[in-house]
Design a protein around this ligand. Structure first.
Ligand code: BES
Ligand code: ZN
Ligand code: ZN
Length: 501
């Protein structure tokens, strides 16, 4: 079988000495003059670059790229347009590197080099540019081939990416960080993409156990009986309709010693969401294997934290269940009792995520007394209405966390936008017969009312809720995205935890 993983390294070298299948050189729009290093390269290759720029009208528009066949030490020189320098930033850099990497792979180029100096300008730190380049390639080149059995040896892939620079800085740290982040993002995509007949709650729990063993994390899984014993009435009810029994997964990383309160990350882990008795109609039932995206992201975030040896304590709690139909399924109009004793009136069995999270959040707050709770969930279809496929909506009860999140969002290039938790939204969750109803008024502020419901279960612990209902999945192969699972929030949360104080 073909080796599909890509390795990245950064080396100091003189351009004219490079030997590779391709060399990428970046140009800003309207700035086609060659730097001294490029002049030297141009001369070595018989002025092929300067004459190509003149004769082919290369404008260096963003995304434009032109290939010059030279077939000497370097086989192809690729001129890459970076667009206007004033608008250039890490988002454009990573997107362009990801797109070009894919194109080269599709053209069967298994190794290529990037001339770092031409992709940076005064605004960037070289270390950060190297990190973003490596991430662009490694995340952009992701493909999910696990379930293909034919012609595996014909799958195209990039074996090696080399970042060339004249700088004598050491880039080991940047590359090391990018490799850990890309690996965890891509493993998240693999598991989210794994079909629901394979990735059952028990399978995900076993997978996490395997990761925990390798990374030295503490792993505990509770089975149905134990979940029931702990009075998680909402979680159990959701799990009832499936032959694939639930698990409550708990992973713990201790990087700051015993005295320090942990940060808790709770992830929704519905391995398939049929909607239950409120069955999702076709085509909305498709892709519902991605409903475990929050749990799977959380599992890989804690793995990354342990690999990066971050000085903090972290606990991940993931309720894993399948929302299916059976004689034993929970129903609309049922009243359930949550872990914290609250009674919850059910109105739609397709709003199952908030129920498994209600118990998981209350359990986390009670058992671990965390400093903060972050939950990640493919919670609502309404998230598509709010920000489309571009960004992820979140709510937050704490100014400090809000700041941390916004910083991490800018650095990780994952776009998020906050929605308010105004008291008025609470009215729609009033129940005639129980303490609370689990859904609000149809078609009205669905992301917020779902969050308002969850807020009842966090015991006033500073809380951040991220709704990845839309951004967990990509319809297109574009930039760093590959059609399918995106690994949403993995880069964001690693970035947030990396800077945690
Ligand atoms: N898992 C879905 C949310 C979802 C829908 C994610 C589409 C990704 C794509 C969730 O369990 C759900 O079905 N939510 C309902 C809630 C409603 C019944 C109040 C929704 O958003 O329609
Ligand atoms: Zn649902
Ligand atoms: Zn769901």
């Amino acid at each position: 079988m073909a080796k599909l993983t890509t390795s990245v390294k950064a080396i100091k070298t003189e351009l004219s000495k490079v030997k590779d299948n391709a060399l990428l050189i970046g140009f800003f729009k309207g700035k086609s003059s060659l730097s001294p290093a490029l002049k030297k390269l141009d001369k070595r290759y018989g002025n092929v670059i300067s004459s190509f720029i003149k004769s082919h009208d290369f404008k260096a528009e963003k995304g434009e790229n032109q290939r010059i066949f030279v077939d000497k030490g370097i086989k192809n020189i690729i001129l890459v347009g970076l667009g206007e320098e004033e608008k250039y930033g890490f988002d454009i850099l990573s997107t362009i590197i990801a797109d070009v990497s894919k194109r080269l792979r599709d053209n069967k180029i298994e190794s290529f080099s990037i001339f770092l100096d031409s992709f940076t300008n005064g605004k960037f730190k070289d270390e950060e540019a190297v990190e973003k380049m490596a991430l662009g390639s490694l995340i952009g080149l992701y493909q999910f081939t696990e379930f293909k059995t034919k012609d595996k040896d014909k799958i195209k892939f990039v074996d090696k990416v080399t970042i060339m620079t004249s700088s004598s800085k050491n880039f080991d740290k940047s590359i090391g960080y990018a490799c850990i982040v890309a690996d965890t993002v891509n493993k998240t995509r693999d598991l989210v993409n794994t079909p629901p007949n394979v990735a059952t709650p028990a399978y995900v729990a076993e997978y996490a156990k395997g990761l925990a063993k390798k990374s030295g994390l503490k792993c505990t899984t509770l089975d149905e009986k134990q979940i029931e014993k702990m009075n998680m009435g909402c979680f159990i009810a959701v799990s009832k309709g499936s032959i694939n029994r639930p698990r409550l997964l708990v992973l713990e990383y201790n990087g700051a010693g015993k005295g320090k309160k942990p940060i808790a990350v709770v992830g929704k882990g519905i391995t398939f969401d049929s909607g239950g008795l409120n069955l999702k109609p076709y085509p909305y039932i498709l892709n519902m294997k991605d409903d475990k995206g929050g749990a799977v992201a959380a599992i890989h975030v804690i793995e990354a934290c342990s690999k990066l040896k971050l000085p903090l304590n972290l606990v991940v709690v993931a309720p894993l269940a399948e929302n299916m139909i059976d004689a034993d399924s929970y129903r609309p109009d049922d009243v359930l009792t949550a872990y914290n004793g609250m009674t919850v009136e059910i109105k739609n069995t397709d709003a199952e995520g908030r129920l498994v999270l209600a118990d998981a959040l209350a359990y986390t707050a009670d058992k671990f007394k965390p400093e903060v709770i972050i939950d990640i969930a493919t919670l609502t279809g309404a998230s598509l209405v709010v920000l489309g496929y571009v960004g992820t909506p979140f709510v937050c009860t704490d100014e400090n966390m809000r700041k941390k999140l916004n910083n991490a969002s800018a650095k990780s290039l994952e776009k998020l936008w906050e929605l308010p938790l105004w008291q008025e939204y609470d009215d729609s969750l009033k129940s005639d017969i129980a303490d609370i109803k689990h859904i609000g008024d149809e078609g009205e502020a669905g992301v917020i009312t779902a969050a308002m419901f969850l807020k009842n279960f966090v015991n006033d612990v500073p809380w951040l809720h991220i709704d990845i209902g839309t951004t967990v999945w990509s319809k297109a192969d574009k930039g760093m995205l590959t059609k399918g699972a995106t690994g949403a929030t993995v880069r964001l949360l690693i970035e947030m935890l990396r800077e945690w104080k």
